[in-house]
Design a protein around this ligand. Structure first.
Ligand SMILES: [Fe+2]
Ligand SMILES: [Fe+2]
Length: 309
């Protein structure tokens, strides 16, 4: 059995049968108003994503297999009722061919990501804060920081996504700092906060696959990781700098996690949101997850909003 080519599947006719190995990136069970059970979510293959649904009695035999972040062998039918088309899955079972998630997701240019990162910190960050960064991002942590995904299926769900997301946020912060002198004295804290804000993701995932304690939020893992270097951070900078970094890690999700309690945590939350949402919307467009209207206009759904192109 081969991987199901999602791009090709999208071109098939209504009701045509598809089968193959897929990577399920999300699975949301729900019940309709008439009491019919269903599970829906997305299948991902490199830059393509396809929406799937499983209905009623079909769910029961493979309910356990159909969860997020699993590689499955599936069979299904193309549903062109909505645009873009989706797949109605009629059969699913765990894959046994040994494929891993990295076979389904894109790998960025990891060498360039690392080069860009070190060039940025060399030019923009003071030597003592650079020392802190190198103290934390070293050995196994460094290896994982430059390869891990940024998120499961929201944004930068690619090998190298975490470093890519971080680099883009550093550039956005630079624009703000370069254009408002009031931010200048906080430059090191803002850049260092950005670099560490999602670092806990290396403890939550491994190449996109959940690790043993992935029920712990990456913000807690990030604080734990920084604590290992607490003394060095306090010596190289000071105690306030260390706790400001913890406040950034803890508060960077703001309303979606713990509320930001410092100006810097809030600023990094804004930069994080701008970067992640921009990437997510563009990823959806690239993956053909847009709706084409009768008048030719294209739109993408996000939460309850319809965003036109
Ligand atoms: Fe985060
Ligand atoms: Fe982030």
């Amino acid at each position: 059995m081969l991987q199901l080519d999602l791009k090709q599947a999208l071109n098939k006719k209504e009701g045509e049968i598809v089968n193959g190995i897929v990577y399920v990136t999300s699975a949301y069970p729900s019940t309709t108003v008439t009491g019919v059970n269903n599970v829906s979510g997305y299948l991902t293959q490199k830059n393509s994503q396809v929406y799937y649904q499983v209905w009623g009695d079909n769910i029961e035999p493979f309910k356990r297999a159909l969860t997020a972040n699993r590689i499955l062998t599936i069979a299904g039918k193309i549903n062109r009722w909505f645009n873009p088309p989706s797949i109605n899955i009629t059969f699913a079972t765990p894959d046994t061919t040994g494929l891993t998630i990295s076979d389904f997701i894109t790998t960025l240019n990891l060498e360039k990501l690392e080069q860009d990162f070190y060039q940025f910190i060399e030019c923009e960050i003071s030597p003592k804060t650079r020392h802190i960064i190198n103290e934390v991002i070293t050995g196994k942590v460094k290896e994982r920081f430059f390869t891990e995904i940024a998120a499961k299926n929201v944004h930068d769900a690619v090998i190298g996504g975490l470093a890519n997301h971080t680099n883009k946020m550093l550039q956005l912060a630079k624009v703000l700092i370069d254009n408002d002198n009031r931010l200048k004295e906080y430059t090191d804290l803002i850049y260092c906060g950005i670099i560490f804000h999602d670092i806990g993701k290396i403890q939550a995932y491994n190449n996109g696959q959940n690790l043993e304690y992935s029920y712990v939020d990456h913000r807690s893992f990030g604080c734990e990781l920084l604590q290992e270097s607490k003394q060095k951070i306090c010596n190289l900078q000071n105690t306030t700098f260390y706790y400001q970094l913890l406040a950034i890690i803890q508060g960077h999700h703001n309303q979606y996690g713990d509320k930001a309690k410092t100006v810097w945590a809030y600023l990094i939350h804004l930069i994080d949101t701008l970067e992640a949402y921009t990437t997510m919307i563009l990823d959806r467009y690239e993956a053909n997850l847009y709706t084409e209207h009768l008048n030719g206009e294209k739109s993408i759904k996000y939460d309850n909003d319809t965003l036109y192109y």
